[in-house]
Design a protein around this ligand. Structure first.
Ligand code: C5P
Length: 241
């Protein structure tokens, strides 16, 4: 049993606690949901449990396929034990299909399959509302070195490839997703979470949205969508993990 220590950080969806081991943190996933830069607030029943479980399963799948992650083990229904990383304040977004802010920014129709996938960086800053930045900004602001940027790009492309393939048999289309990375004794590890809060998943047959867009856009059936993603991914696990 790892004892939960001091609360280190509380975000919109998660709390991070120290443990008695300085090299390990406990991450607790909350049911709270926010959207539009915190303007819309709510709760999604069982979200904490579902996102903790899905993140654990995705991190395990990815680490078995060569992606270094912060994940160590799941220690409770909504709790993960992770390596203590210092989060690089850059959100890495990968996109396969046009949706969300890309549709707005470039006037593209949501659902258009991109001729080639796209990577974007955003500066993690609440005051600045997470502006989009490029690799020059990242280097100039010393958010990460050029080598670290390259490494994050390489991992993001690989994660995209692995997740798309992994989800295909579950008839889940990976539209886009956001990753965060952290530094652990100088090495880059995939961190944060991978869940319907941070990915867009569409049903491959009906096109139905099975992610946080149901909450953002008041589409109803939010809880059912999260449960459905978990049900499908758990079904894959025996076959694929
Ligand atoms: O809003 P946008 O279209 O830029 O989001 C792209 C992807 O990144 C979506 O899957 C969204 O859930 C995720 N994202 C996130 N956290 C943010 C911004 C975007 O998880 N702060």
């Amino acid at each position: 049993m790892t004892a939960k220590g001091e609360l280190l950080y509380e975000g919109k969806a998660k709390k991070v606690f120290r443990t008695d081991d300085p090299d390990r943190y406990l991450v607790e996933f909350k049911d709270d949901a926010t959207a539009f830069d915190g303007l819309k607030k709510g709760t999604i029943r069982r979200k904490g449990e579902i996102n903790a479980r899905l993140s654990a399963l995705f991190f395990q799948m990815l680490s078995r396929r060569g992606i270094p992650t912060h994940f160590i083990e799941q220690t409770g229904p909504r709790q993960l034990l992770v390596r203590a990383v210092e989060i690089i304040p850059v959100e890495v977004v990968a996109r396969n299909i046009v949706a969300g802010s890309l549709a707005k920014r470039l006037g593209l129709e949501e659902g258009t399959v991109l001729k080639r996938p796209v990577l974007e960086f955003y500066y993690k800053s609440d005051e600045l509302h997470d502006p989009m930045i490029n690799n020059y900004h990242i280097a100039a602001l010393e958010l990460a070195t050029e080598a670290q940027i390259k490494e994050m790009e390489t991992y993001a492309w690989k994660v995209n490839e692995l997740l798309v393939e992994f989800l295909r048999p579950a008839d889940l289309v990976l539209v886009d997703f956001k990753l965060e990375f952290g530094l652990h004794h100088g090495s880059i590890l995939l961190a944060d979470e991978i869940s319907p809060d941070t990915c867009r998943f569409w049903d491959g047959t009906s096109g139905e949205k099975l992610d946080k867009d149901r909450f953002r856009r008041d589409l109803g059936g939010v809880e059912d969508a999260y449960e459905e993603v978990l049900r499908r991914v758990e079904k894959l696990i025996g076959e694929n993990l």
